[in-house]
Design a protein. Structure first.
Length: 191
């Protein structure tokens, strides 16, 4: 079996892969993320590919590299991680009482000697939020949880109380569509 490397420092992605029973190692990409695409799906695929390529280029061994990136999008605008508490408040106010999309792009690169194969995809999940009061927003921000999360919330954390419903893959909202990833990995591991 080929070694699998996750090109991400995200503890949520590590947890999802571990829960799925997929053995892996972590090598962070440490690359500057540059978005040139406009749609959320294209942007996350572009970023995932940048991360995976940065790690694959440093490898001396055959391996499968997984790169991933997640964004929240509403009204055609991408919401990344908040810059500060005011930005987190702005994002949560935008999401309050509305439906938005969480997009996670995944890039799989397989290095076999000098040969490099790649595939890239994204999953989109619709998330509907209850109306959130200003007091609830400020209280949530005070926990620190929103500060390193796309869209300023963690569905698997305290923000679960704000989620009215989802349409699509829950794990995708957490940060990695493990079901789809597993199906793609199966194709590569049997080649």
């Amino acid at each position: 079996m080929k070694k699998i490397i996750l090109a991400s420092a995200s503890p949520r992605r590590r947890e999802l892969l571990t829960q799925a029973g997929i053995p892996f190692e972590v090598i962070t990409s440490q690359t500057e993320e540059i978005i040139t695409k406009e749609t959320p799906g294209e942007a996350v695929m572009e970023l995932a590919l940048q991360k995976a390529r940065a790690v694959a280029e440093r490898l001396c061994t055959d391996a499968i590299v997984i790169g991933a990136d997640t964004v929240v999008a509403i009204d055609g605008k991408i919401l990344g991680k908040p810059a500060d508490e005011a930005d987190a408040k702005r994002m949560l106010e935008l999401l309050s009482g509305r439906t938005h999309e969480v997009c996670t792009g995944v890039a799989l690169l397989i290095r076999e000697g000098e040969r490099l194969r790649e595939t890239v995809f994204f999953e989109g999940t619709q998330v509907e939020m209850y109306p959130i009061t200003e007091e609830e927003i400020l209280s949530y921000i005070a926990t620190g949880e929103p500060m390193d999360k796309a869209g300023a919330y963690a569905i698997q954390g305290r923000a679960a109380i704000f989620v009215k419903g989802i349409k699509g893959d829950y794990a995708n909202v957490v940060g990695l569509p493990v079901g789809r990833l597993y199906q793609e990995l199966k194709k590569w591991l049997t080649d």
